[in-house]
Ligand binder design. Structure first.
Ligand code: KG4
Ligand code: ZN
Length: 337
């Protein structure tokens, strides 16, 4: 089969992104972040996100095609995020894809954003490929999932968060600490020079492979309240240690369940995906698994956070089996496996 050119479009949350792939190779990967739009509000405002997507989608797609060094007519298909995500934001990508695929007379391919985070591992970035089956820990701002990936089309959800996602646990803690949105990267940065043994947070007790993070965040809020009553400068004076201790608690929770799943299934191919996989402590904990005999794959930073290359590669998987979407397709805010 001649490798197709696939345009990927991602608009599920606060990143307007487009990418062009030639087979498994990324020719362009353009992202217009809306971080500044939402920073003032301390989180993503859905209506503002939809409007920003509308403004940015045409220039972002044009730029992706230009950087790929091809012309529109060479595209073989357009893959788009159908869900999960913010409805208004998703609709911008879905509607745009419909118009463009109709105008170019090429098929469109609907993609599940969570599967795409996992399938980003199939992108040819020069690193070694994982063999199936592998376990993927997907940790993003909206989701935390432990998935057994049996093939590029068969996914088994082993566990997920019952409340907040790991990224939310970072972002909400950052807010409580007076840090701007998104707080995950900042906590990571302060934690690097902090002592992770300085403070203890109670780890959640959830059975099986499921996660829970809301209790951890609440225990941080109570902890800060208590100490600030005694010392109003507590956060300022201990920021690095608080970040290091709290981050360590999140990473411990994530790794415990992952280790359990590795042990129970005997699968020793492990990957991480999603925005939180950019976290340095989590990355080193995952890399430590190599010492236990696991084969580990950590995505390139640009494929960790929301991006359209992962949408295009997920599109390629379906393109190869001729699974195309009808023009009548809609977006879906909740889209499970
Ligand atoms: O996958 P993603 O880009 O978007 C969603 O689909 O949610 O993930 C965004 C999340 C945010 O919560 C952000 O704070 C978190 O990833 N994040 C991090 C780091 N970089 C991004 N969390 C911890 N440490 C980081 N270095
Ligand atoms: Zn995501």
């Amino acid at each position: 089969m001649v490798e197709p050119f696939i345009l990927g479009i991602e608009s599920s949350c606060d990143e307007t992104a487009a990418a062009v792939l030639h087979g498994h190779k990324v020719l362009s990967n353009v992202i217009a972040s809306q971080e500044l739009v939402h920073k003032y509000y301390g989180g993503v405002v859905p209506e503002l996100a939809s409007r920003a997507h509308q403004q940015k989608i045409i220039p972002v797609v044009e730029e992706a095609i230009k950087q790929a060094g091809i012309v529109k007519k060479e595209l073989n298909a357009i893959a788009f995020t159908r869900g999960p995500g913010l409805m208004g934001a998703l609709l911008v990508g879905v509607s745009f894809t419909k118009g463009m695929s109709w105008a170019l007379d090429i098929p469109m391919i609907e993609v599940n954003h969570m599967k795409a985070h996992i399938l980003a591992h199939l992108i040819d970035d020069g690193s070694k490929a994982l063999k199936f089956p592998f376990i993927c820990l997907t940790v993003s701002g909206g989701h935390t999932q432990l998935v057994i990936v049996k093939s590029a089309n068969i996914f088994e959800l082993a566990g997920e968060t019952l409340d907040d996602a790991a990224g939310e646990a970072f972002d909400k803690a950052a807010k409580a600490l007076g840090l701007p949105y998104p707080g995950g990267p900042l906590i990571d940065q302060f934690a690097k020079v902090g002592n992770k043994q300085a403070f203890k947070f109670n780890l959640p007790l959830v059975t099986g492979y499921n996660y829970s993070f809301s209790g951890l965040k609440t225990s941080l809020v109570y902890f800060l309240d208590k100490h600030q009553k005694e010392n109003p400068l507590f956060i300022e004076q201990h920021l690095n240690d608080i970040c290091a201790s709290y981050q360590n608690a999140i990473v411990n929770v994530l790794m415990r369940k992952l280790n359990q799943l590795i042990k129970d299934t005997g699968i020793n191919q492990v990957a991480i995906a999603g925005g939180v996989s950019a976290n340095s402590e989590l990355r080193s904990a995952i890399l430590d698994l190599e010492k236990k005999g696991c084969d580990v794959k950590i995505p390139q930073f640009s494929f960790c956070t929301d991006n359209a290359a992962m949408i295009a590669i997920a599109g390629l998987v379906k393109y190869k089996i001729g699974e195309f979407a009808p023009l009548s397709i809609g977006a879906t805010a909740r889209y499970s496996f």
